[in-house]
Design a protein around this ligand. Structure first.
Ligand SMILES: C[S@@+](CC[C@H](N)C(=O)[O-])C[C@H]1O[C@@H](n2cnc3c(N)ncnc32)[C@H](O)[C@@H]1O
Length: 273
């Protein structure tokens, strides 16, 4: 994926578990609190990454399939399932907007912090609705906005200090729809779900040190795109400034950054409903 558009999530598969999962895994666990799964349940994890929720669902005894369009994420997901002894489950490379599963073949489906990076998110939600059995549930986790993501705010603060003339581009238009609880509920209902509820939750990313966060907190396609648009000096300058600001605020040791996300739950209509 290292093409003209710059790196994609595939390029971060190796570091994802160490860097992002300590935060995204907390939201995955909360999604499983709202939609509990266990032995006998067939579960789909959409935009699974390296298996953040897939592995948690397998540990709870569910029969789980993780899909992602990143081959390296899926390779890592399958390694983790094998390492955990869940040899009967699997990850598959697939586009969330075109799933190769039969109608009504899952008891539950999840999409944790992936919906905003899926190009055709409406199609992905419709596919989740298609493959869930009537009465089964979906959980979709979506950030409630960049302003509620402290890890993004501290990084943007360092960008602004290092390059005061530079104006970062806003997130893609899909964010405006998906980060708002009311419109998120609307798109999930439009995809074929009923009884949709949205729960707004805060998790805290426990970070080893300012030096660690300055080196790793920017491992994402969005940060990479910004560095590319500023120029080659951007990454080291932003990282230096970020570490300086974080040290000033938190000292040299551990600290926490809070992030808020919506967990939207919907039930698949019964046939004819
Ligand atoms: C931020 S990661 C989230 C991973 C994991 N669900 C978690 O919570 O840690 C977003 C994932 O969406 C995947 N993705 C993006 N577009 C996709 C698509 N059209 N179909 C399937 N997966 C997609 C990326 O490859 C990436 O692994």
């Amino acid at each position: 994926m290292g093409d003209m558009r710059g790196p994609g999530w595939d390029d971060y598969a190796a570091e994802y578990e160490a860097v992002h999962e300590p935060l995204t895994g907390q939201f995955a666990a909360r999604a499983l609190d709202f939609v509990p799964v266990g032995v006998g349940d067939r579960v789909l994890d959409v935009a699974a990454g390296p298996g953040t929720l897939t592995v948690l669902a397998a540990q709870r005894g569910a029969s789980v399939v993780g899909i992602d369009n990143s081959p390296r994420m899926i390779r890592r997901l399958n390694e983790r399932l094998r390492a955990g002894g869940y040899t009967e489950f699997e990850g598959r490379i697939a586009d969330a907007a075109r799933l190769d599963f039969a109608d009504a073949s899952f008891d539950a489906a999840f999409c944790v912090l992936g919906i905003m990076v899926i190009a055709d998110y409406q199609a992905a939600l419709a596919e989740m609705a298609r493959v869930i059995k009537p009465g089964g549930c979906a959980a979709v986790v979506m950030w409630s906005g960049l302003e509620h993501m402290e890890h993004v705010q501290v990084w943007l603060g360092a960008v602004a200090a290092a390059f005061p003339q530079f104006r970062p581009s806003p997130p893609p238009p899909s964010w405006a729809v998906l980060q708002d609880a009311t419109s998120l509920r609307g798109v999930i209902e439009a995809a074929g779900f009923a009884e949709v509820t949205v729960h707004t939750e805060t998790c805290r990313w426990d970070i080893a040190s300012p030096a660690w966060f300055a080196r790793h907190g920017d491992l994402s396609p969005a940060a990479e795109a910004l560095y590319r648009s500023v120029g080659p000096e951007a990454r080291p300058a932003v990282r230096r400034e970020l570490e300086r600001q974080l040290r000033e605020r938190y000292g040299d040791g551990r600290f926490q950054l809070a992030a808020e996300a919506h967990i939207a739950i919907g039930r698949r209509h019964y046939r004819g409903a």
